[in-house]
Each structure stands twice: as C-alpha cells, then as structure tokens.
Design a binder for this molecule. Sequence first.
Ligand SMILES: [Zn+2]
Length: 267
Amino acid sequence: MKDINVTPEGSIYGTYLTDFGAWGIQTRNVTCFLLVGSKRALLIDTAYGEGDLRALVESITDLPLTVVNTHGHYDHTSGNAFFEEVWMGEGAAEIALGVETRTKLPHPDYTIRTLKDGQEFDLGDRVVEAIAIGAHHASSFAFLDKENRTIYTGDELEAAQVLLNVRRDDLATKEIVKLHLANMRKLKERSHEFDRLVPAHNGGPLAKSYIDDYIDLSKAILEGSIKPLETVAGFGWPSTIFGGDEKLVRYHLGKATFVCNRDQAVI
Ligand SMILES: [Zn+2]
C-alpha cells in the first residue's frame, strides 16, 4: 500500500513520544501534539494540510478523536478538513476556512465548534482545559493537560521569540502588548498547575520562567524603558518572509523577544 505521507522528497511527518505523555507530530517548522487518553484522544493543531495527517494520527491511536486549534493561522489549521469537526477560538474560522488546502481534503465543510475559556476535554484518565490567551492572534487558546502538568501555548509563547503582530494590524502594538501581558499574568496565576510550556514552533519544552521574561518585557515596553532594535528579522526566517527589516522591529529583554510591525510599534 502506498504511504501518502512519504513523497520522493522524504517523509511529510516525523513523530516522537515525550515523557510528558504527548506525541509530537512535526512537519516543516510546526509541531502538532496528540494527547492519547484512556477513552479519547486530543489533536492540537493540524499544520499545513499535506499528505494524510488523519492516517498518521490513526496509526498512533484508534480512540475517538477531538481536534482543536491553538489559533486560526494557516500553519495550524490547514489540515482541519481531514476531520469532520474542529474546535477553535472565536475569530479563527474566517482564516481557517480561507485556506486553500481545505477544498482538496476529505471534509471541506467540516463542522466548526467555538471554544470557551475554561472548557474541558475529558480524555478518560486525563483532562485538558482550554484557556483563552489571544494576542498574537485574537483566537488563541492554550491547552492545559492537568494530569501531565503541561501547557501547550501555540504561538503566544513560541521558543526563542514571539511574533507578536506580524500578521495582525487591527490594533496598535501597545494594545497587543497589553493583551499579551494580561494573558501571561493569567498563566502565571495558574503556574502551580504545570511544570513546562510546550510551544508550536522552534523546539521546547520551555521553563515556566519564560512567562516572567515576557511579563518583564511587556512592562518595559509599556513603561517606555526599552527601545526597539533595528536588527529585526524573526529567528529562523529570511528577513523577507514577514515583510523584511523595513516592516519589522524587535524588542528584546532577558530571554524574551517580541517581533512587531514597525509602523504600529511603540517607538
Ligand atoms: Zn504558527
């Protein structure tokens, strides 16, 4: 039988099992996570819609599956239409339904269900809570696996940097920094419930102190005690991908980095 997840260029997906009870499903620069419980499984994000993500997931577990998105951006939602139903935050649907791959996948008209802050997914022997943390995108949710003391943060805390608003221009950077700060304070209040942060890009897991680093950076930006740096391209990207150095600035303090749109920035 032909393996649709292998092309002449190589495997589309790489998989690994972590010691915090998650399967990582890696493709290009993004990681989806599959949490398998005793009764159900939860897939966090669906990446780029290539190959057959569903067949890959079903090769790991045959339990009933719930699918959620950390936010609406295409690198997290383009594979949604492999599945009949997907949960996402308010504001994610218009992006998720706009991605081109959807129409080529088995369920182009999949059912969209809207996540609520505090909503729980019971997988049997593990419960996962959805926590609203919109800033990088308004639709962002974190997912807290309580039994394994792990929180999945999507792109609101990615490793090495946060692309704060490189794809968002509906608010001034200062307003988005305020949202990010409030969200990080919300996660800090819950930090006795988890031991690690797991982002969707650039590796991880991350130490919990990463939250404090971003709180300090946001406070410094809002107080005006830090200036943006002129050397700006996001880590791991050619400077042209998000519009180039002319479009972006970088704020950096301690271990925290925000990449922002220059024309909205708090200069
Ligand atoms: Zn992303």
